[in-house]
Design a protein around this ligand. Structure first.
Ligand code: SAM
Length: 225
């Protein structure tokens, strides 16, 4: 656990080579658009409490800024980089500092691959209200594309599959996957790569439909039963 925390405390995506930043932004955009659609049904709900669990420096803040949201991460350093001043908590997903049945929705984006995911799911289940929703994004064990830039993390990092989420106490109500970009795209200079990715987005969305649950990032919505 210490190792993961140290890694993220020293994580400086702004120092990454430009092509990696371009590709990471592209992946974030695909994830953002998918989750935005899932969140539409919660708009205008009153007293709707959300937890962004493993929020990092707030890359997905725009998804939840209109909800009553608490932002939690184990890395104090990343939380300091998060522009929000309030509602940030430094804590471990395995020991969430909240009472049982607190949240209507928990978001957990690219976090479960770093921890004992079953223990984390149990802890999230505890703090979710009955019929509360969990939206998870994880690196997909069954991805067609084995993209090295995402697998190059020198920390505990275990890709998961949709089957891993068939757990007691949760029902899967939606799943999809995004990101089918072949690694060969990395040979292009970042400026050209950015332009190509604009076209690739449409292709990626088509591939999501054809190769269900075979993209690099698995997106799953579950309901606490
Ligand atoms: C790949 S980053 C994702 C950050 C953010 N969700 C995003 O998508 O931009 C993984 C995040 O999980 C956090 N994390 C890792 N282990 C954790 C734990 N045990 N408890 C809480 N957060 C954890 C890291 O500090 C890091 O911010």
């Amino acid at each position: 656990m210490r190792e993961v925390k140290d890694f993220y405390d020293n994580w400086e995506p702004k120092d990454f080579p430009n092509y990696i930043k371009v590709i990471m932004n592209f992946a974030d955009e695909l994830i953002f658009e998918e989750i935005s659609l899932l969140l539409k049904k919660f708009e205008n709900k009153e007293d709707f409490l959300v937890l962004d669990c493993g929020c990092g420096f707030g890359a997905f803040y725009n998804l939840t800024k209109n909800f009553n949201t608490i932002y939690l991460d184990i890395s104090l350093n990343l939380l300091k980089k998060f522009k929000l001043k309030e509602r940030k908590i430094c804590a471990n997903i395995l020991y969430l500092p909240f009472k049982d049945n607190t949240f209507d929705l928990v978001l957990c984006i690219n976090v479960l691959e770093h921890v004992n995911y079953l223990n984390a799911l149990n802890e999230i289940k505890r703090v979710l209200k009955n019929n509360g929703h969990l939206i998870v994004v994880v690196i997909n064990k069954n991805s067609l594309i084995k993209e090295e830039i995402f697998n190059d993390f020198k920390i505990f990092h275990k890709p998961l599959s949709i089957k891993d989420f068939e757990v007691k106490g949760f029902k899967i109500v939606y799943s999809n996957s995004v990101y089918f970009l072949p690694p060969i795209f990395k040979i292009f200079p970042p400026v050209i790569l950015s332009k190509l990715l604009k076209y690739w987005k449409t292709i990626d969305k088509k591939l999501s439909k054809i190769f269900k649950n075979k993209g690099e990032f698995l997106i799953i919505e579950m309901v606490k039963t």
